[in-house]
Design a protein around this ligand. Structure first.
Ligand code: GLN
Length: 485
């Protein structure tokens, strides 16, 4: 059962080979067995899950089921889900029970009839690349439990990698879907900014945040994106566009596809074994009829500096709401109101979150705004323009997702800049608002390597097609970590 695609699971449910309650139970049992070691889930509620599964069975029996009805899903704990504890990986929200559903949750639960298996661990407020910044402890990579799964959607990635869930939701502000997908041998898609509603998705850096699917295959991701995407009047940045079937182009042949290889992604700084796996993928694409062209994204080296001004600036504003007054943690003892704010925020936030709030407040402050914030916005425009130029020469851009495979727990946690550098290939497309994917493309010393595909605006269906055709001839994505089955 755990090796079936979402489509096959749908067929098993439709033909009554298995009920939604039985399927949910199978996954809940796997979570019970594997999660104590992996720490991918921070909240599991058997009763709630089984009640949702029973509702799905009723829909299946009544003939009102959709393609995903009864299929289990793990939810990144950044999405508010009514009645579920929603922590965002923070002590600040460790006891917060959401009073409403995020649009993504509403779409998956109520509209699609999917069955939530629980909420997954993540870096606090989605700030991190290793999941070590979670108040609920590090997540272990199922491929090697001495290593990180990546972040910030590390719990979602580890959950699917260990097949504690067939698919999961994630969010990507600067790589948080693609990087953990790459390090855990999953397929992940960060959609064009505005395609998936951010309503009820706890805000980190609002001009960059975007939700998306993390699963085994491109086909599975296409099906989940179909259910997640769509205009939402409650999110002012949601785009009002006609509905799309993201699975429509999966099988199109790749003959004539023009792949751009940015020279900045193939220079030094990337591990040689990672590069070898990416080169082998390029050969595979040539066999599928694609041609390659060298392109340049000349401002790539400025992406991390610009991101680490813009994202903290937005975070410092977004996180001002955690003041101990309206909801979330409040320091147990304090003097006056100011003291309450200070103690609450000092105790409720972790190190990395405080670092970002400090940086953000600094770059926005009078006297530094022009030198940092405004300058970063200008760089953001240059980076976006690089992609506009690049897409005049190619249909998709290809490169590695990350410069290395999964690193060891604690290896980079003492050096924030080293940690930030692991996002060198993923961050620039967030600044531009473009869609991107990570696709399994082999292994280096037994650890998964992710191939990154970047599309033009609204090129999700094309990206999924490019990933799907590759997955049909390779099968890397089907490999499971030892001891998982
Ligand atoms: N690793 C990046 C950061 O720490 C990106 C995180 C994300 O995409 N949420 O901000």
């Amino acid at each position: 059962m755990i090796e079936k695609s979402l489509k096959e699971l749908g067929q098993s449910l439709a033909s009554k080979e298995i009920s939604a309650v039985e399927l949910a139970t199978l996954y809940l049992d796997r979570i019970e067995r594997l999660n104590p070691e992996i720490n991918a889930f921070v909240t599991v509620d058997r009763q709630k899950t089984l009640a949702m599964a029973a509702e799905a069975d009723a829909r299946l029996a009544a003939g009102t089921a959709g393609p995903l009805t009864g299929i289990p899903v793990a939810q990144k704990d950044i999405f508010c889900a009514e009645g579920w504890r929603t922590t965002c990986g923070s002590k600040m929200l460790a006891d917060f029970v959401a009073p409403y559903d995020a649009t993504v949750i509403d779409k998956l639960h109520r509209q699609a009839g999917m069955v939530s298996l629980g909420k997954t661990n993540m870096d606090e407020f989605a700030m991190g690349s290793s999941n070590e910044n979670s108040y609920f402890g590090a997540v272990k990579n199922p491929w090697d439990t001495s290593r990180v799964p990546g972040g910030s959607s590390g719990g979602s990635a580890a959950a699917v990698a260990a097949r504690m869930a067939p698919i999961a939701t994630g969010t990507d502000t600067g790589g948080s879907i693609r990087q953990p997908a790459g390090l855990c041998n999953l397929t992940g898609l960060k959609p064009t900014y505005g395609v998936v509603s951010r309503y009820g998705m706890i805000a980190y850096a609002s001009s960059l945040d975007q939700g998306g699917p993390m699963g085994v295959s491109a086909e599975d991701c296409a099906l989940l994106l179909n259910a997640m995407a769509g205009f939402d009047e409650r999110d002012s940045t949601s785009l009002d566009r006609p509905r799309e079937d993201y699975a429509r182009d999966l099988d199109l042949p790749l003959a004539g596809l023009k792949i751009g290889l940015p020279k900045e992604f193939f220079g030094e700084g990337c591990d040689a074994k990672v590069m070898a796996a990416v080169q082998a993928a390029i050969d595979e694409y040539r066999k599928l009829g694609a041609t390659t062209v060298e392109i340049s994204l000349p401002n790539t080296h400025l992406a991390i500096p610009a991101y680490y001004v813009i994202a903290p600036a937005e975070a410092s504003s977004n996180l001002s709401r955690y003041d101990g007054v309206r909801y979330g943690y409040r320091a147990p003892e304090y003097g006056n109101l100011d003291d309450m704010y200070m103690k609450t925020r000092a105790q409720g936030f972790g190190e990395e979150v405080k670092r970002r709030i400090l940086i953000g407040a600094y770059v926005l402050s009078h006297g530094y705004y022009d030198a940092y914030y405004l300058q970063a916005q200008r760089i953001r425009r240059l980076i976006a323009n690089d992609f506009v130029e690049a897409f005049k020469q190619c249909d998709v851009i290809l490169g590695p997702t990350s410069p290395t495979t999964a690193f060891r727990i604690s290896e980079k946690s003492a050096d924030p800049v080293q940690m930030y550098l692991s996002d060198i290939y993923t961050i620039s497309l967030n600044l531009a608002g473009l869609p991107g994917m990570s696709v399994p493309c082999g292994f280096a010393d037994g650890l998964p390597v992710g191939l990154q595909l970047i599309g033009n605006y609204f090129g999700e269906a094309r990206l999924l097609n490019v990933a799907h055709r590759y997955q049909q001839v390779t099968g890397w994505h089907r490999q499971l970590p030892a001891g998982i089955a």
